[in-house]
Design a protein around this ligand. Structure first.
Ligand SMILES: Cc1ncc(COP(=O)(O)O)c(C=O)c1O
Length: 329
């Protein structure tokens, strides 16, 4: 079977698409939320859609051990360990500090705690060590011991991983038909390693909707993220609809990153409170709060019209609320 059609099942149902009545009333436009934070093992989150094809590829290559680079509060690593548990595979998390400790229990709480519960094999490397070199060294050692290792691409953002969000775009298009007459005007997502956004853009463009995908960067503060997303998006389109004249509709805003990746912002903190108070939904300080802060800002500054429809992708990360428990002290 063609690699791009080969998937392992990590999600047993579509994620729900929910209307947010109170946030919509407060801000103006009709706002929906796609609950990709729910469902799946290891606590769920956006990486599971990506891992469905990546792990299928690993299994196809007879791999028995999945290796991922991350940090102690990595959602990507936590979700990979959960998926590996489910499938009876081994996993190794190669870790170094990417976010300065935010409180005395930062490296023990949240994702770190959940990984510990799953007995994750965490190998801490030195700050100056290069992730790729270390993962390859660990893979060589595993091979010598008779294992078959497979290295997960950064953030799960290669072609196979990003296709998971093409699936998500198609899922949304079908779900939205049940609630609104035309396709959504905006899709809002945080963007880090780029695959989630690239898949969404490609999906809505291939379906020939006029939907605009607006990504708020949480990692890169410069146009590098544009290059990453565009190149992944083109790769998806070339694979799914080669030689087409599709016009992708998207924008990436890097103004809501704040000081750095993993450092909470004031606007993000307010966005977390607002969603919790109005809708009982929790966003995280690292990813979704920064995208929601961007969305709120765009609506208040009339960059998004009050008559438009919006879908916010909740990409997960709830354990980070606990890791950053002292944000609201
Ligand atoms: C909760 C959450 N949202 C968004 C992202 C970013 O997704 P991507 O790396 O596909 O841009 C991540 C990545 O780790 C994440 O954990």
């Amino acid at each position: 079977m063609n690699k791009i059609h080969n998937k392992v099942k990590l999600l047993n149902r579509e994620s729900s698409l929910e209307f947010l009545p109170n946030l919509s009333n407060n801000l103006g436009p009709r706002i929906y939320i796609k609950r990709d934070d729910e469902g799946g093992r290891g606590g769920g989150g956006n990486k599971l859609r990506k891992y469905e094809r990546i792990i299928a590829d690993a299994i196809d290559k007879k791999a028995d051990t999945l290796i991922i680079a991350g940090h102690f509060q990595s959602n990507a690593a936590r979700e990979l360990v959960g998926a590996a548990c489910q499938l009876g595979l081994k996993s190794v998390v190669v870790c170094k500090t990417m976010i300065p400790e935010q409180n005395p229990t930062f490296n023990k709480n949240g994702n770190a705690l959940l990984m510990k519960l799953m007995s994750a094999d965490i190998i801490a490397i030195e700050q100056e060590d290069d992730f790729q070199t270390e993962m390859e060294r660990i893979a060589d050692n595993l091979r010598e011991e008779g294992n078959v290792p497979y290295i997960i691409p950064f953030g799960g953002s290669n072609l196979l991983g990003s296709l998971g969000y093409l699936d998500c775009a198609n899922e949304i298009i079908q779900q939205f038909k049940n609630v609104e007459e035309k396709a959504p005007d905006y899709i809002i997502t945080p963007t880090g390693s780029g695959g989630t956004m690239a898949g969404l853009i490609a999906g809505f463009a291939i379906a020939e909707t006029e939907t605009r995908v607006l990504g708020f960067s949480v990692l890169h503060k410069n146009i590098e993220i544009n290059r990453i997303v565009t190149s992944l998006m083109n790769e998806i389109i070339d694979n799914i609809k080669p030689n087409s004249t599709i016009k992708p509709n998207f924008k990436i805003d890097t103004n809501f990153v704040g000081d750095a990746y993993g450092i909470a912002t004031e606007k993000g903190k307010r966005a977390i409170k607002m969603l919790a108070e109005l809708e009982g939904i929790f966003l995280c300080p690292v990813y979704t709060s920064k995208a929601m802060a961007g969305l709120i800002d765009y609506i208040r500054n009339n960059k998004i019209g009050k008559d438009e429809t919006i879908i916010f992708i909740h990409t997960g990360g709830m354990p980070l609320v606990h890791a950053y428990y002292n944000l609201y002290d």
